[in-house]
Design a binder for this molecule. Structure first.
Ligand code: ABU
Length: 352
């Protein structure tokens, strides 16, 4: 049986209270890989979003290589230890889940499935049906605990309407750029970034208009979603496209978004917007099965002064240090291999 390990409750601290990406991180979820499996989403969804050279691997009952998953699990444990040492309260999901048997993916990428906005934690209505049980299975016990710890915490679970599965856009082409239609709400939480009362998002192969409307309908009062103009024909997740390092300073992927598009949003109008200065190189191994090489932008900011980065990535460390950040180094290449980096592998619960 999987075992649960959650942080001990504090009777006074909030369990959910965060609405930006840079205020001091006080409590965070760090994922666990479990027996992670290539997600067997609809082939058209895989083709639209995954690296061409790995598309053939995304079949049912296909675990990621055991050595990669074991190392990814150890890297996630190291990240959790680093965060605890930095004074952050860390929550972990159930351990040892067999995602191959579940027909699922992994518990290592909670950012895709959960977004915190003030005291509200919203479960994403995943477009990929193979991910539909991910939060319930790995995080259900934790979410119940968070609600018990803090009577002001509000958790929005997926509604029944979001489980219908006729999302494939059969006429996907240049005029209809997304592989999903608008037949039910769909979004991945990682298609949104929080800037206080403004949340910037993108439409993508996993986020449709009904999903954006659904998110809007569950926001606390005073919060709004604005959609960013992004140039990414394979769009899936905005968290390797823009990275706010602190209030007033944002790094962006210069091939996917322009300074003009960013500055069109009032919340960024007077920010220092800095293009990432070089094309990141994928490591020789392990393979990046599910992402581009732009994971240096998928960093986790602790407080506008400290940021967690891949330990071996000297060029990114130098760049972020030039921008005044202290880089905390953590090896994470095996987590990268199965789907993302520090931002993907975490959900900030309390900041400020
Ligand atoms: N989930 C972040 C991955 C983004 C990218 O592949 O660039």
């Amino acid at each position: 049986m999987p075992s649960a390990r959650t942080a001990l409750a504090s009777t006074t601290a909030p369990s959910i209270q965060a609405d930006d990406e840079w205020s001091p991180l006080k409590a965070v979820i760090v994922g666990r890989a479990g027996r992670a499996s290539f997600p067997a989403a609809h082939p058209a969804m895989i083709k639209a979003t995954m690296p061409t050279e790995h598309i053939h691997r995304f079949l049912p009952n296909t675990p990621f290589p055991r050595d990669i998953v074991d190392r990814a699990e150890a890297e996630l444990d190291s990240l959790a230890a680093i965060l605890k040492a930095e004074g952050v309260r860390v929550y972990r999901p159930l351990a040892g889940i067999d995602w191959v048997a579940e027909g699922g993916y992994t518990g290592a990428m909670p950012r895709d499935g959960l977004i915190s906005i003030r005291n509200t934690l919203i479960e994403a209505p995943f477009a990929w049906s193979c991910r539909s049980k991910e939060i319930k299975i790995a995080y259900g016990q934790m979410l119940r605990q968070l609600a018990i710890e803090d009577e002001n915490a509000r958790i929005v679970y997926r509604s029944a309407e979001t489980f219908a599965d006729n999302l494939i856009n059969e006429s996907w082409d240049e005029k209809n750029p997304w592989v999903i239609n608008n037949s039910r709400p769909a979004f991945d939480a990682a298609d949104f970034m929080r800037f206080g009362s403004t949340i910037l998002g993108q439409y993508s192969h996993v986020t449709n208009q009904a999903g954006v409307d659904y998110l809007r309908s569950h926001l606390p009062a005073g919060y709004r979603v604005e959609m960013l103009d992004v140039n990414d024909p394979h769009a899936m997740h905005i968290d390797a496209t823009i990275l706010p390092l602190r209030k007033g300073l944002l790094v962006y992927h210069p091939y996917k978004v322009t300074e003009e598009a960013l500055r069109a949003h009032e919340v960024l109008a007077d920010w220092n917007l800095v293009p990432f200065p070089f094309i990141p190189q994928a490591p020789d191994r392990p393979p990046l099965y599910m992402t581009s090489a732009w994971l240096p932008l998928n960093a986790l900011v602790l407080d506008g002064e400290r940021v967690i980065v891949e330990a071996s990535d000297k060029r990114t460390i130098e760049f972020y240090e030039e921008l005044g950040m202290k880089c905390i180094k953590c090896p994470f290449k095996h987590v990268n291999s199965i789907g993302g980096s520090f931002h993907c592998a975490t959900v900030d619960l309390v900041r400020g």
